[in-house]
Design a protein around this ligand. Structure first.
Ligand code: NAD
Length: 312
């Protein structure tokens, strides 16, 4: 299949590499000139479960995408705040039969995607794969994962299953979900607690879990997500979600990991996706007349920290 990966950072590179190895015709599109040039000149370097690989993959700077042959599938993997600009830049690749799969973390990306893509061609999903960017042109890819996805348009279930099949044939372990909004909200609860709290408290997830207020903070934030989700017809099993979130505290599994927001802001001085996680709950809460004080406050604190650190 002719596939474009729009946003070829850590996750886009993982998906691009695996889909290429699976025999698809993959092109990467990205907005970071140094990364694009490094891949053009030296290929994509990957440490894939300990094995060092260099793969030659076509890559284009998003601002230079030109009218040409339309692509069959676009997988969106920008950071949330880069999504709108990416979709504008790749408009020349989107035809009447181009399916677009959005796999970013966070809530409400479909509102942006639908400005550029007809509803029947939009698919949204959730992934448990992980990836790390080690510098321009270089990624570290460890462990296993999965993908769940669903169509937003009516009667497109078969197309969603076909996309999942293409991904699975390249080892990405994808499946059709009949309730993707539930999975997205459930995962957003993990990001909406671990990301902001660990970043503000300057600790890893195990460190957060050892503090006395941790459980109450997690439970309050998850309840705010559940309140908003419920207004949208998604009924979260709150005790199960809290238990799922608190599994992150376990130092023998992933507890010693610093969440991605910590790495973005504290390690790499980059802006965060807070507006699309707790900030999305805050905005939706305001719109629906629901109180979301913890999400409001967390969003403000992270924005203040971004300003103090002059993150870009
Ligand atoms: P990423 O930061 O690695 O890449 C996103 C974009 O930012 C890419 O276009 C990349 O080129 C650009 N970028 C990265 N570093 C840059 C720098 N120093 N200067 C300029 N541009 C830079 O993001 P990601 O980790 O691939 O995440 C993409 C989406 O997937 C996000 O919504 C994220 O929350 C989600 N996600 C990530 C993981 C993970 O393990 N990384 C797992 C699941 C979901």
């Amino acid at each position: 299949m002719k596939i474009t990966i729009a946003g070829a950072g850590a996750m886009g590179s993982r998906f691009g590499l695996m889909l290429h190895q699976g025999g698809n015709e993959v092109t990467l599109v990205d907005g970071w000139p140094a990364h694009v040039n490094a891949i053009k000149e030296h290929g994509l370097h990957a440490n894939l479960n300990g094995e060092e690989l260099t793969v030659q993959l076509p890559i284009e700077l998003q601002s230079e995408v030109k009218e040409g042959e339309k692509t069959e599938l676009i997988i969106l993997f920008t950071k949330a705040m880069q999504l709108d600009q990416m979709l504008q830049d790749i408009k020349p690749l989107i035809g009447a039969h181009t399916n677009v799969l959005c796999l970013l973390n966070g809530i409400g990306h479909e509102d942006i995607v639908e400005k550029y893509v007809p509803m029947e061609n939009i698919f949204i999903g959730n992934t448990m794969w992980t990836a790390g960017l080690e510098g321009a042109g270089k990624v570290k890819l460890f462990g296993n994962g999965s993908v769940e996805l669903q169509n937003l348009g009516k009667n497109q279930e078969q197309v969603a299953s076909d996309i999942a099949k293409v991904l699975s044939e390249s080892g990405l372990n994808a499946s059709y979900s009949s309730n993707i909004h539930y999975s997205i909200y459930r995962k957003a609860c993990v990001n909406g607690t671990m990301n902001g709290l660990c970043t503000l408290l300057d600790t890893n997830m195990a460190g957060l879990g050892e503090t006395h207020p941790a459980h109450e903070m997690v439970a309050t934030i998850v309840n705010e997500f559940a309140l908003v989700a419920n207004h949208e017809g998604v009924s979260l099993d709150v005790p199960e979600v809290i238990e799922h979130v608190e599994e992150c505290f376990d130092p023998t599994t992933i507890g010693k990991h610093y969440p991605s927001m910590y790495q973005d802001l504290m390690t790499n001085n980059r802006l965060t996706e807070i507006d699309y996680i707790n900030g999305a709950i805050s905005r939706k809460g305001k719109k629906y007349g629901l109180a979301t004080p913890y999400c409001n406050f967390l969003t403000q604190l992270i924005h203040s920290k971004e300003e103090i650190l002059k993150a870009k």
